[in-house]
Design a binder for this molecule. Structure first.
Ligand SMILES: NC(=O)c1ccc[n+]([C@@H]2O[C@H](COP(=O)([O-])OP(=O)(O)OC[C@H]3O[C@@H](n4cnc5c(N)ncnc54)[C@H](O)[C@@H]3O)[C@@H](O)[C@H]2O)c1
Length: 360
């Protein structure tokens, strides 16, 4: 099989861009063949729009002989069940972030994947875009010297003003760290390598949230998880990182990510996008310089990670948006929460290699 065939589980909010890109910009490199959703109309609509098969039962899609890779874009608390069923059926699986809600669930999926000789891939794939790949090249080429520290900030007031079903953001597997942390921490791990230990403080500033988007306008959500989390990340390479993720902040003036080096500073673009801008200021320079981006993937290229995985399967090489890295990121995110609860540093039990740069 030289081209991998993909079946999507979950025809929700994020499915649109995957349907568009996997049939469009990546349509010659992978083949999108089928979709399913517990809500039949959603999958039927996508099937009609993109000319792919609508399979009514999730188990039938997972077991279909016409599907090689399952793209699991269900809610975070459903990632585990779908991913485990997929790998047990001998299918490769690529999940949206986070890998699973809990570490034990993710471990089980990864173990079952090894036993069944299939791959696990995971979002985000934004770190493969032109913006962060340009940053990676600048760092690897020594533009700011040796990285000594980093900051990352993802602060806003949550998703209940726009998402049609925002409840999951305030339940197990949700919260700003598990929802958005993967973009920021994956970008940091790609740039600086694995993390050795973390500490942090996590709190819930609002007990309830009121939905203001349609169709659930006015519904009150009970908040089950921390919604303001501050973490310290000690990287194995000696750099010290600070991260704040929050759904409790109305306004701020913080950057997305900055990397501080022995010879200058690198301003990293929004890791929830594939593009720029990228800025550098070396210690003798008066002004920031905007660095032209490497040319590939500056636009919304969701689907790049699963496409890289599909090609890696055929070529017999490691894929970049790997389950191993996603598990390390999950371990970091839980570790920050654990440290907050225990009052002690959490030493990471997982590690991963930096993925190969995509763009030279
Ligand atoms: N919405 C976004 O902008 C966005 C952006 C990036 C990543 N994500 C991630 O994508 C994932 C999905 O988010 P969303 O916003 O699309 O959620 P959503 O709630 O809009 O859609 C999830 C869909 O999965 C379906 N589903 C759940 N379990 C299923 C099962 N066992 N079989 C078949 N269908 C099942 C649900 O019926 C629902 O239609 C999450 O992990 C989220 O973190 C979302």
């Amino acid at each position: 099989m030289s081209i991998q065939r993909i079946g999507i589980v979950g025809a929700g909010n994020i499915s649109g861009i995957y349907l568009q890109n996997l049939t469009g910009m990546f349509g010659k490199r992978v083949k999108l063949v089928a979709i399913t959703d517990l809500i039949e109309e959603k999958a039927a609509k996508a099937s009609a729009e993109y000319g792919i098969t609508h399979i009514k039962k999730t188990a039938d899609l997972i077991n279909s002989p016409d599907v090689d890779i399952i793209l699991n874009i269900t809610e975070p608390y459903n990632h585990y069940g779908v991913a485990l069923a997929a790998v047990k059926a001998g299918k490769h699986v690529y999940d949206e972030k986070p890998l699973c809600a809990q570490r034990e669930e993710a471990q089980e999926v990864l173990r079952a994947a090894v036993e069944n000789k299939v791959r696990v891939g995971n979002s985000p794939d934004t770190f493969l875009g032109a913006g962060i790949q340009t940053c990676r090249k600048l760092l690897d080429d020594g533009w700011i010297g040796k990285p000594v520290a980093a900051t990352a900030f993802m602060v806003n007031h949550g998703h209940e003003h726009w998402h049609p079903g925002p409840e999951f953001y305030y339940k197990n597997g949700g919260g700003p760290m598990f929802d958005m942390g993967p973009y920021y921490i994956t970008a940091l791990v790609n740039l600086l390598g694995p993390v050795a230990r973390v500490c942090g403080s996590a709190k819930k500033c609002f007990e309830t949230r009121t939905i203001t988007s349609e169709p659930l306008n006015g519904k009150v959500i009970n908040v089950d998880i921390p919604t303001h989390i501050t973490g310290i990340l000690d990287f194995a390479n000696g750099a010290v990182g600070t991260i704040i993720t929050s759904f409790d902040v109305y306004s701020h003036t913080l950057p997305w990510i900055e990397i501080y080096g022995s010879e200058g500073t690198l301003r990293v673009p929004d890791p929830n996008t594939f593009g720029g801008p990228v800025f550098v200021k070396r210690y003798r320079e008066e002004n920031w310089s905007e660095i032209p981006l490497l040319k590939d993937y500056p636009e919304n290229s969701r689907g790049l990670g699963i496409t890289d995985m599909a090609e890696a399967i055929v070529e017999g090489r490691p894929h970049r948006a790997s389950g191993e890295m996603a598990y390390h990121v999950l371990d970091i995110m839980h570790g920050i929460h654990d440290a907050s609860a225990s009052g002690k540093y959490y030493k990471l039990k997982s590690k991963c290699k930096r993925p190969e740069p995509l763009l030279k």
